[in-house]
Design a binder for this molecule. Structure first.
Ligand code: 2M8
Length: 410
């Protein structure tokens, strides 16, 4: 069974390879997505290391002059996805979107590099200054008072999670006109964001586009601005990993270490005492999300933990059977099948597990790995799974789920 699933996972990555980059899945997502691509690279690294490094090189080839690495790169126009390059108008050749995605590259590149230094030396040496430039972009354009923020739910990667409900309520989506969604033609609409969400996603894109994607303006004037503990902890961990890579390469890492210190010093500011956990905060309305979500779970990744939160988190985990739910199972809006509002994501489970490993939570790591593997055995290499019964949700033959099977779960 495991051997068969190993072979199937490799087949999925090979099948989604479009030559230098990997699509998340055929049909639903026909372009290169930033963090999907890095997870795919990690998957490739288990059986084709040169191909793995090429994946990350292709991603960084679309880095902007200001250091941003875009969230989508539209290599070949495909009418099967909306919104495409004509809507985004993010510039570049190939064209890109105008926002970024969680900076996991340094975290996984370090694992790949430490797995085989000789094979990775040339790639990591070329990538290092590019990753530094990207992290500098985050510090300049997506960190407010030491805390990481997102300017669009898509920038967080967790599109419709309850974290964003307050911020999204403040976005006027009434003027976006007619448009034709494609996602609901590929997968069950009940597993996707609602129309009201899409209206607002588009309104935020139109606002950024009208500013010519001037990122200082997007930050200051955009209609959506929330702190994101998940991105904060990912960025902080990525800083530590980038500094480690830099030291290995004999670079002066003082600037990177300084960024890590800034982010680490602001961790207490993300603590919501009423929730008893790290939480997202709406900088527009001045309200906590009050949601026990992925951000809290990712604290371990950055070497942060809090005894009060541990009990709260494990209680939520115990309510489901297959991995970490993307929203609190006791929350009023929990939905085990609707995208980021409850389902378990193999890719998030793997990232959370890297945190458990860092903090020495071996039993939790083993449990999460077992549950994620069981979920994949039950539901296949789906985009995400129902955490109650493991059934598959969203797109099938998904690159990052295949990658997580090969690197960790399987
Ligand atoms: C989802 O997001 C895209 C927009 O970026 C979409 O729904 O159209 C998210 O799950 C995101 O995290 C992921 O990178 C992307 C591709 O798998 O799909």
């Amino acid at each position: 069974m495991t051997v068969e699933l190993d072979a199937r996972a490799k087949e999925i990555l090979r099948g989604n390879d479009r030559g230098g980059y990997t699509v998340p899945t055929h049909g639903l997502y026909p372009y290169q997505w930033n963090w999907d691509s890095v997870f795919s690279a990690w998957g490739f690294s288990t059986f084709d290391l040169p191909r793995a490094w090429v994946e990350i090189e292709t991603l960084f080839a679309s880095q902007k002059a200001d250091g941003m690495v875009p969230h989508i790169i539209f290599h070949q126009v495909d009418p099967g996805y909306f919104p495409g390059p004509d809507v985004w108008q993010g510039g570049g050749e190939p064209p890109t979107s105008g926002i970024s995605q969680p900076p996991v590259a340094a975290i996984l590149a370090r694992l790949m590099w430490e797995g085989d230094r000789d094979a990775g030396r040339a790639a990591i040496t070329a990538l290092y200054p590019k990753m530094v430039a990207w992290h500098r972009w985050w510090m300049e354009h997506r960190v407010v008072d030491g805390v990481a923020v997102v300017t669009h739910p898509w920038e967080s990667g967790r599109d419709n999670c309850p974290d964003w409900d307050h911020g999204m309520a403040g976005v006027d989506g009434s003027n976006v006109g007619e448009y034709h969604r494609r996602d609901t033609g590929h997968v069950d609409a009940d597993m996707r964001p609602k129309k009201i969400d899409y209206d607002r996603y588009l309104a935020i894109v139109y606002a950024g586009r009208s500013m010519g994607w001037d990122q200082a303006r997007v930050l200051a004037e955009g209609p959506f601005l929330m702190t994101d503990p998940a991105v904060h902890f990912i960025l902080l961990r990525a800083m530590d990993d980038l500094a480690a890579i830099g030291r290995d390469l004999g670079q002066d890492v003082a600037e990177v270490e300084g960024w890590a210190e800034t982010l680490r010093a602001a961790v207490p500011d993300m603590w919501n005492p009423d929730l008893g956990a790290y939480d997202a905060y709406d900088l527009k309305s001045g309200q906590w999300a009050n949601n026990l979500g992925t951000g809290a779970w990712l604290s371990y990744l950055a070497g942060v933990e809090n005894a009060a939160m541990d009990a709260r988190l494990t209680k939520a985990w115990d309510k489901v059977r297959y991995g970490i739910p993307s929203a609190d199972p006791e929350g009023a809006t929990f939905n085990p099948k609707r995208y980021w509002r409850g389902p378990s994501w193999a890719v998030m489970n793997a990232l959370i597990a890297l945190g458990f490993q860092r903090m020495g939570h071996e039993a939790w790591d083993a449990r999460l790995r077992r549950e994620t593997a069981d979920m994949i055995r039950i539901g296949g290499f789906a985009e995400y799974h129902d955490p109650l019964d493991g059934s598959p949700c969203g797109g099938a033959n998904f690159s990052w789920t295949a990658a997580i099977w090969l690197t960790w779960a399987g």
